[in-house]
Ligand binder design. Structure first.
Ligand code: NAD
Length: 438
């Protein structure tokens, strides 16, 4: 199929490269010139396992290219996937500005082009957004009826950053919210051959399923971390507790997100919980459990700050800055928040994250770092050694093997383990080891 993908961020870039890898003819569209140029050079604008080679191969094979020109992309494609961002507004509500703008642009291009085209929304959006906000925009521009003159579907994305390519080719499920059967057929054809169950549901149901997923993931992490904190205070190994808890398959508990570790973050879980709670409050629905997941997460982050304070040392090294290993994504990273708290308290901090350094070198996240994190940019070290040499206390927020290999052992450096290191069991008895997840 000929596909255009709007937004070449984490979701769009992976979708575009993987669809091209499946044999589709893909054009990516982004307002960000740097991302368009990177893709056309055969380089990925995000750091993710395997994404670099997939983009390089697809561009070399002529099945993937990028442009800033919406009309040209729409003219050359029969289906568009919308993967633009839907961040939080300051009051926690969902920002739909990018969705509205891209829908207007696509509508205007479709009005010129004529012929049937299917618009598929992959961005996360609250139930009702597609039918009440975006469909009227499309209908106004196209001058026809959605589901008849223009296809519309909602196809939420369930990838996890860090393993997103793997998740694309082996999805936990495929959810197709269809306005009409023909639109749903187009989406189903796009993913033909991928494993996993396909659920064809009404548009608003598809929108809601994504919130069910992300709210539950946040809840699980909060549950595991609170349990971990109580176990730690009572001198119990929380991971041993969870090993047995999770072995109880009769209750069918997936182990994902249930290992005590550090706080969660990223561009999805916090903002999706925030907008869900905001929507519930606006609808006068009381949601005490959901509204306490983020405060629970904030308390957990505070525990890490307190562990550092208790060491009484001032020269701190932090390994890991992106919101989780395997990605360069810094948005709402709990490690960024931790670094800012320590920096604000006057600690002498050095930070190393190989993916963030790589992305900065490529230019992909350079603007984000310069605009949003200039105070941390000066603390970034490109090598592990630099941080090890500097630090009296090392905070380990990543399982990156290159970091683990070079962590000091028994030389007086305090190791604050946020992730439960693979050798935590052995280290635990050593003086100077402090584990958040015990
Ligand atoms: P992102 O910020 O990484 O990427 C969005 C891209 O859209 C940016 O490159 C931006 O320049 C581009 N864009 C904005 N307006 C545009 C326009 N008019 N035309 C073309 N491009 C435009 O965002 P993301 O992390 O990929 O997330 C995208 C959506 O997918 C969000 O709704 C998010 O909630 C959802 N989602 C994200 C993930 C994830 O792991 N990141 C997982 C599942 C779902």
């Amino acid at each position: 199929m000929r596909v255009s993908v709007f937004g070449l961020g984490y979701v769009g870039c992976v979708s575009a490269a993987c669809l091209a890898g499946m044999g589709h003819q893909v054009v990516g569209v982004d307002v960000n010139r740097v991302k368009v140029d990177l893709v056309n050079d055969g380089r990925a604008p995000v750091v993710e396992e395997r994404i670099g080679e997939l983009v390089a191969e697809a561009v070399a094979a002529g099945s993937l290219r990028a442009t800033g020109d919406v009309r040209e992309a729409i003219r050359d494609s029969e289906v568009s996937l919308i993967c633009v961002g839907t961040p939080s507004e300051p009051n926690g509500s969902l920002c739909t500005t990018y969705l509205e703008r891209v829908t207007e642009e696509i509508g205007a291009a479709l009005a010129e082009r004529g012929g049937r085209h299917t618009v598929v929304f992959r961005s996360t959006m609250l139930p009702g957004t597609c039918l009440n906000l975006l469909v009227p925009i499309l209908e106004k521009y196209v001058g026809g009826t959605a589901g008849v003159d223009v296809g519309v579907a909602v196809n939420p994305e369930f990838l996890r950053e860090g393993t997103s390519v793997k998740d694309f080719f082996d999805p936990p499920k495929t959810v197709i919210g269809e306005l009409d059967a023909a639109s749903g057929d187009v989406v189903a054809a796009l993913y033909e051959g991928l494993p996993g169950e396909v659920f064809r549901v009404p548009v608003a149901t598809a929108e809601a399923i994504k919130y069910a997923d992300n709210a539950f993931h946040g809840l699980k992490i909060g549950f595991a971390n609170e349990l971990g904190a109580v176990c730690r205070a009572l001198g119990v190994d929380s991971h041993q507790v969870m090993d047995v808890f999770l072995a109880d398959r009769k209750l069918n508990i997936s182990p994902a997100y249930l290992r005590p570790g550090f706080a969660f973050g990223g561009s999805c879980l916090p903002k999706d919980l925030r907008s869900l709670v905001h929507a519930a409050q606006r609808a006068d629905v009381s949601v005490p459990i959901l509204s306490h997941v983020l405060p629970s997460n904030a308390d957990h982050l505070q525990r890490a700050v307190e562990l550092v304070e208790r060491t009484g040392r001032r020269r701190v090294g932090l390994f890991g800055l992106s919101f989780k290993p395997g990605t360069d994504d810094l948005r709402e990273s709990p490690l960024v928040e931790l670094a800012e708290r320590l920096f604000g308290k006057g600690y002498d901090l050095r930070i190393h994250d190989a993916n963030v350094s790589l992305s900065r070198l490529l230019g992909a996240n350079r603007e984000y770092i310069e605009n949003r994190l200039p105070h941390l940019a000066q603390l970034l070290a490109d090598t592990v050694e630099e941080v090890v040499e500097h630090a009296e206390v090392i905070l380990v927020g990543t399982g990156d093997p290159a970091v683990l290999e070079q962590l000091p052992h028994g030389d007086g450096t305090v190791i604050v383990d946020l992730v439960r290191l693979p050798d935590a069991e052995a280290r635990r008895t050593e003086p100077g080891y402090v584990g958040l997840a015990w």
